[in-house]
Design a protein around this ligand. Structure first.
Ligand SMILES: NC(=O)C1=CN([C@@H]2O[C@H](COP(=O)(O)OP(=O)(O)OC[C@H]3O[C@@H](n4cnc5c(N)ncnc54)[C@H](O)[C@@H]3O)[C@@H](O)[C@H]2O)C=CC1
Ligand SMILES: O=C(CO)COP(=O)(O)O
Length: 299
């Protein structure tokens, strides 16, 4: 893989461009002109066969409809999330535009800040086409250890679900509920993630490793996480609009919480934590949610 174009110059797009530039020639594009290394126009980027898609999950369908049409680029999907309005997974959206053999999904515990600092990181390249995932894995530099998996849905669910539990982690810390509470929340969040994954044919082992537990531990325990910081703001009683305005970056857990709430209702899946996060995002008092979570007797 010699030449790569990154679409989306947010924190993650820029971090991936930095990492991949260690071994490959990398250009990057965004909606607005940016003074960053390798910036090119969208048209120039689309001339390149290997594309990293780093635009947020909630923007993917509109972007593909507007800028892509049908194509056969080798695409690495870097976003994590489930479409809020429809409950669609990213693989369902992308496969309407690109053959699934050309699609690979990136997952694993990876704050953009630490990748930009060249700190050791482990990532998983997930594709129905193992050769495509392997080609992407070989493009990453030595400070990033890569694994290859064919469990696309498991990786997608792990990366999306952890963002919702991360909001809960931030609420827990913001309410000063203590370490016991946060550890229990993360553990039960992992159980819920795996329960949800089983409904969609995911490989349970995926949730025990980088795409599930690894990304969940990282994101639900750290102020580096935007989703964790959304939770902190909710615990302080700020409105979601105030929080997102202050954040100035995407927090995918907000849209994914809505998607999980819809899917849980439609498919009768027991997702107590995700549903309480959705309720809090809709205005429920976090302490009321805590009481409901502690008092419910279902296992
Ligand atoms: N920041 C991080 O540490 C990591 C982020 N991710 C994922 O990467 C994805 C992108 O996140 P970040 O780059 O961190 O977010 P960000 O908020 O830093 O940047 C988002 C970028 O997407 C662009 N964008 C937003 N709406 C758009 C649209 N409708 N059309 C085209 N471009 C649009 C924005 O202009 C911005 O450049 C998310 O799904 C996130 O979960 C994954 C791993 C790590
Ligand atoms: O996905 C991430 C780390 O793996 C980034 O998490 P946040 O979007 O919560 O910052």
């Amino acid at each position: 893989m010699k030449k790569i174009a990154v679409i989306g110059a947010g924190k993650w797009g820029q971090a991936l461009a930095y990492a991949l530039r260690q071994k490959c020639e990398v250009v990057i594009t965004s909606r607005t002109e940016r003074d960053i290394p390798g910036f090119v126009s969208l048209d120039a980027a689309m001339e390149i066969e290997n594309i990293v898609m780093a635009i947020p999950a909630q923007a993917v369908r509109e972007w593909l409809g507007k800028h892509y049409g049908m194509g056969d680029h080798n695409i690495l999907v870097a976003a994590k999330g489930i479409e809020a309005e429809t409950g669609a997974f990213l693989n369902e959206i992308y496969e309407a535009f690109v053959p699934r053999t050309h699609l690979t999904y990136l997952s694993g515990p990876s704050f953009a800040k630490e990748v930009m600092e060249g700190l050791p990181t482990a990532l998983v390249l997930n594709s129905h086409n193992r050769l495509a995932a392997t080609a992407w894995s070989e493009a990453f530099p030595d400070f990033i250890k890569t694994y290859v998996s064919t469990d696309v849905i498991g990786a997608e669910i792990g990366g999306a679900y952890k963002n919702v539990i991360a909001i809960a982690g931030g609420i827990c810390d913001g309410l000063k509920l203590g370490e016991n509470a946060r550890a229990s929340l993360i553990a039960r969040g992992l159980v819920e993630m795996a329960r949800f994954g089983r409904e969609f044919g995911a490989n349970e082992e995926t949730f025990l490793s980088l795409s599930g537990a690894g990304d969940l531990f990282l994101t639900a325990s750290s102020k580096l996480s935007r989703n964790f910081r959304v939770g902190l703001g909710l615990a302080e009683g700020k409105t979601l609009d105030e929080i997102l305005e202050e954040l100035g970056e995407v927090a995918e857990g907000v849209g994914t919480a809505k998607a999980l709430h819809t899917i849980a209702k439609t498919n009768d899946i027991y997702l107590p934590i995700a549903n309480e996060v959705y309720a809090i995002l809709e205005g429920k008092d976090p302490m009321e949610s805590l009481k409901d979570l502690l008092n419910n007797r279902r296992r």
